[in-house]
Design a protein around this ligand. Structure first.
Ligand code: SF4
Length: 213
């Protein structure tokens, strides 16, 4: 049992990764205090680390998070290691406001609050909403997870073909968008999530299946 009862500004929580966002954080994104390009979307069906359950889970709904510095450095992009402080402290999201590393009960309660999702931030009927719907239809993470989970010697050929087609569609979809409109890779990761090639690798690892070479 720890005797700590106040923040020692060690930075450990911010170094572990950015927070997931909830409905309470909607205005922070709408007012651009937190930019969409500073967020990353994890789609339904993706394996992610769950801080409360302390294990990797498959998402049963979208999760929008503040992005990490790089894929190898999990630190929240708003963490300044020199001053060991949050660069958006006045506007930090709900999870950060309630987090006490020495007592996670408040954070656990907040985990049950409604999660922010794309439909709360992107108006239906806009070109972007239509593109998201099209991408979801053609590049479903849930369907891909199902194919990988049920992969056998017998169905391997057809399943891998479908998975490869999905990865190729996703790649071409992103390239086309970058060519036609002024959109960055970071913005793509907010609107359409991480590339399917990355998601597929994480699904193979989650289901302990051997990925094709
Ligand atoms: S938003 Fe601020 S407080 Fe929250 S994890 Fe990032 S740096 Fe830390």
């Amino acid at each position: 049992m720890t005797s700590q009862n106040s923040c020692k500004r060690c930075g450990t929580c911010c170094l572990k990764g950015g927070p997931g966002l909830h409905l309470e954080d909607l205005d922070l994104v709408r007012s651009q205090k937190i930019k969409k390009s500073d967020l990353v979307l994890f789609r339904q069906g993706e394996p992610v680390w769950d801080n409360v359950q302390n294990k990797i889970i498959l998402l049963n709904q979208e999760l929008i998070k503040i992005r990490s510095v790089t894929s190898k450095d999990n630190a929240c992009i708003y963490y300044d290691p020199l001053s060991k402080s949050c660069t958006i402290y006045a506007y930090r999201p709900l999870q950060c406001r309630v987090l006490k590393c020495w007592d996670t009960r408040d954070l656990e309660k907040v985990y049950g609050h409604k999660r922010l999702n794309r439909s709360m931030l992107i108006k239906q009927g806009t070109a972007m909403a239509d593109l998201i719907a099209e991408h979801e239809k053609k590049c479903s993470v849930v369907d891909t997870a199902c194919l990988i989970e049920n992969l056998t010697q017998e169905n391997q050929k057809s399943a891998l073909q479908k998975i490869n087609e999905t990865v190729a569609y996703d790649r071409s979809f992103r390239l086309t968008l970058k060519e036609k409109v002024n959109i960055t890779d970071f913005e793509l990761e907010f609107y359409f999530g991480r590339p399917m090639s990355v998601i597929v690798q994480s699904l193979f690892a989650y289901f302990k299946k051997i990925p094709p070479i």
